[in-house]
Ligand binder design. Structure first.
Ligand code: MTE
Ligand code: MO
Length: 427
């Protein structure tokens, strides 16, 4: 039987979220009519509540000897140097949240080692009242951040390139970049301060449209030797105010160094690169902002995309908690996996064990949170020894179902077709 009782009802979820947003805007002096006329997302510019105390400048960080600081045991990770992929076959037995030591890592350069007590965030730009400059920004230090009201946000961080290798192995159209399987994702329980709170205190102007958070990691220099500066990517004010946080904890612990210690952005539902780690500065602007990471990188481009599209929300994906080419026993067993979407919670997951000829629903487990994943189970008795192709196909409450193939894009992002997962059943 298809277990439906644990689903988050999409309409209820979005109605509640919109109501929260409207109340917040009302507190900032907007009338309900104004807000609903403009649409909640169109009217998110809040008047500021005064400057934060000045506390020095963000300090440049020292760098560790290897790009990733934490140990990467081969049974947990595939090590690509500056990136480390979580092995899905190491996931059974883990809970809903992936522990910090097991979380995937994606560094454009290398993990900087930053001390919380030297960390400051500088906010600057003409989108703040008084237009503070980059060299004389409004600042906030770690103690000040920790004293602000905080929230817990369960959310995945997933690289836009997650699944890229399947463009090659399933569609014969390889794209350059890290050849991730499906393990460039983790779900964490993040704690931090709503970015809206900090932007309001910094004196955001009603004409601000974009923010640009920048990391304190070393500048990114491309293969041709061009220095693109610190990793940074613009975010529209609407998303910044919706549910973005300045996170300082993962699963109740300070952030691990590789995942942004002391402070990172968490931008629920968006591509990994939006979640700027080791954030040191935030530009606030009245004009749309651009960086390498929304013009050259992290865009959909290629024959199917005559006009390149900068990436924002993640798509729908599924993974079995199994290695590719795993050997399974010839007996009844429970296949497990997880599915996720950046737009809405997962509505259903269907499984095929015969290469896509027939599909049957998996049983979804509690919890099933938006911007995170749902775990599922599927009892399977193989017909006998031999080779099989397993597939999991998720559908989210926004009505998106994983397709059989995806159009190629040059940089290999958002591979969300159902993955053909080969296994061998032993004799
Ligand atoms: N400062 C900074 N932030 C960053 C990056 C980076 O290299 N530097 N990588 C981005 C990318 S591409 C991804 S997918 C996520 C990865 O987050 P994680 O390493 O915590 O898993 O961080 C994003 N934030
Ligand atoms: Mo990424």
């Amino acid at each position: 039987m298809h277990d439906q009782e644990q689903f988050v009802d999409e309409d209820t979820y979005f109605a509640v979220r919109e109501e929260q947003l409207v109340r917040k805007l009302e507190r900032s002096g907007y009338t309900r009519r104004q807000i609903l006329r403009n649409g909640a997302a169109g009217a998110l510019l809040l008047a500021g509540a005064g400057r934060l105390a000045s506390a020095g400048r963000a300090r440049a960080a020292t760098t560790a000897s290897s790009p990733i600081v934490k140990p990467l045991p081969p049974e947990w990770f595939i090590d690509y140097g500056t990136n480390a992929e979580m092995r899905w076959d190491a996931v059974p037995g883990l809970g809903y949240f992936i522990p910090g030591e097991r979380f995937f890592v994606r560094d454009h350069t290398s993990t900087p080692l930053i001390e919380a007590n030297t960390w400051t965030l500088g906010l600057w730009g003409d989108g703040l009242r008084g237009s503070p400059t980059q060299s004389n920004p409004v600042t906030l230090n770690y103690q000040q951040l920790r004293r602000l009201p905080s929230v817990e946000v369960p959310a995945f961080i997933e690289c836009a390139g997650n699944g890229r290798s399947f463009l090659n192995t399933q569609q014969n159209t390889p794209a350059s970049g890290t050849q991730w399987g499906l393990g460039a994702i983790g779900v964490g329980n993040w704690r931090g301060v709503p970015l809206a709170e900090v932007l309001e205190r910094a004196g955001i102007s009603r004409s601000a449209v974009d923010i640009m958070p920048a990391g304190l990691d070393p500048d990114y220099v491309d293969a041709g030797g061009v220095d693109h500066g610190p990793v940074r990517r613009p975010l529209p004010i609407a998303k910044a105010f919706e549910n973005t946080i300045l996170a300082y904890e993962l699963n109740g612990q300070p952030l691990p160094p590789d995942n942004g210690y002391p402070v990172r952005l968490v931008v629920p539902g968006w591509v990994g690169v939006a979640n700027i780690k080791w954030v040191g500065q935030i530009q606030v602007s009245r004009e749309p902002l651009y960086s390498y990471w929304n013009t050259t990188g992290y865009i959909l481009e290629g024959p199917a995309y005559p006009n390149p599209i900068p990436l924002s929300t993640q798509v729908v994906k599924s993974a079995f908690e199994l290695a590719l080419n795993a050997t399974l026993p010839n007996q009844r067993q429970v296949l497990t996996g997880r599915s996720w979407s950046g737009l809405a919670p997962i509505k259903r997951v269907d499984i095929s064990t015969d290469g896509g000829l027939s599909w049957r629903p998996a049983r979804l487990r509690w919890p099933n949170l938006p911007n995170a994943w749902v775990r599922w189970e599927y009892p399977w008795t193989p017909p006998g020894p031999g080779s099989y192709t397993l597939q999991a196909r998720a559908t989210d409450w926004a009505g998106r179902a994983q397709p059989a193939t995806v159009p190629f894009n040059t940089l290999g992002y958002l591979f969300w077709a159902t993955v053909k997962h080969p296994v061998t059943v032993a004799s």
